[in-house]
Design a protein around this ligand. Structure first.
Ligand SMILES: Cc1cc2nc3c(=O)[nH]c(=O)nc-3n(C[C@H](O)[C@H](O)[C@H](O)COP(=O)(O)OP(=O)(O)OC[C@H]3O[C@@H](n4cnc5c(N)ncnc54)[C@H](O)[C@@H]3O)c2cc1C
Length: 324
């Protein structure tokens, strides 16, 4: 074991991929996340017999290193291909879309294996003195490390650094502060009978209110319940953010009723304050070597699962090199 401890805030796919690579290289690593389960926005909601992917719906694979991980996940029965063309999409647009078997959250659960992760703990403040980081939880608990990696959505990272009086101490904070996120609204429906959504079980379009509908029962490993995920357009997510759940849900359902082809017998809403980065940075991650601080996640490259994973992996590779 090497002598430096690395603390990672966030057990989304960026934090997990970073943690795995660092641990494999012999570093002592811990992760902290305010959520109850690892995965962040790669989340699967289970309510009784019903189940929905209500965050990321699938992921694509363009990066060679990420492709090696996806190959291993495929061989371990963690992911499978969902489809490679949307209905009515031109053949040249063909691209494999992958999902976690039993739900997208299966991927981060697999990527968590062997890592020391403290879930349900929110990092409230940071302190950096004498080359050592202190992570102070809302609960008052304190964790220490020599290297820190922050992977929450960038506006949350900036807030945390700012309230810890550290934002003006890091080099080049302006690009970090420039990244903005769209809000998201996911509506989870239970239908009375099978949906009219054609194979492969999803429709992507631009209407005023809805941009995506997916029939979860058409995804591998999902229970045979009639559970549909509906995602609002960024514009409608903004509009509906402060409106009551009833108003938002009914307006969204009404606008897609024909496509559903069945009566809605129950629904739930999830609001994402930080769904997608609008203007991600071009670099793979941020590093301030003087502060022993790195920042990763989907605010780098593009706001997709793959980019978040690549950002985490690239951060780990840079750290492994610099800590040799
Ligand atoms: C509705 C929706 C649909 C999407 N669809 C797709 C899709 O189809 N395909 C695709 O590729 N991508 C999609 N995305 C984007 C994709 O989910 C993200 O890009 C990716 O999951 C981001 O991973 P991450 O590790 O960077 O961040 P996250 O998954 O957000 O992980 C960050 C973690 O940090 C934790 N955290 C934050 N603050 C603190 C704190 N103070 N203390 C402790 N923990 C903290 C959070 O709890 C979270 O678990 C979608 C996103 C949403 C919201």
């Amino acid at each position: 074991m090497l002598d430096k401890t690395i603390g990672i805030v966030g057990s989304g796919i960026a934090g997990l991929m970073c943690g795995q690579l660092l641990q494999q290289a012999g570093h002592s690593v811990f992760l902290i996340d305010k959520g109850r389960r690892a995965g962040g926005r790669m989340s699967t909601r289970i309510r009784g017999a019903n189940q929905w992917d209500h965050g990321a719906q699938y992921f694509t694979v363009r990066d060679n290193e990420f492709a090696q991980h996806v190959k291993a996940w495929k061989e371990s029965g963690v992911v499978s291909k969902w489809f490679d063309l949307f209905p009515h999409q031109a053949p040249e647009k063909k691209e494999e879309r992958y999902i976690g078997i039993n739900g997208m959250n299966a991927v981060p659960q697999h990527a968590s294996i062997g890592l020391k992760i403290h879930q349900s703990l929110c990092v409230d403040k940071l302190d950096y003195q004498d080359k050592s980081w202190q992570l102070i939880m809302e609960s008052g608990e304190v964790f220490s490390c020599q290297e820190l990696v922050l992977t929450p959505p960038l506006p949350q990272v900036v807030n945390l650094l700012n309230k810890s009086n550290l934002l003006d101490k890091i080099s080049e904070s302006a690009p970090l502060e420039s990244v903005k996120y769209n809000k998201g609204l996911s509506l989870m429906l239970v239908l009375k009978s099978p949906s009219a959504i054609p194979s492969p079980g999803c429709l992507k379009f631009e209407s005023e209110k809805v941009s995506w509908i997916a029939d979860n029962s058409q995804k591998k490993g999902f229970p045979d319940q009639y559970c549909v995920t509906v995602q609002a357009t960024p514009k409608y997510a903004d509009y509906g953010w402060d409106k009551g759940d009833n108003e938002v849900a009914h307006a969204m359902i009404e606008s897609i009723q024909e496509l559903l082809g069945s009566e809605v017998i129950d629904w739930h809403i999830h609001r994402w304050l930080y769904a997608f980065a609008k203007n991600p940075l071009k670099s793979k991650f941020y590093r301030d070597a003087n502060m022993n601080l790195s920042i990763a996640g989907d605010a780098f490259l593009s706001s997709r699962v793959e980019s978040a994973a690549v950002s985490g992996l690239s951060t780990a590779e840079a750290l492994i090199k610099s800590l040799k």
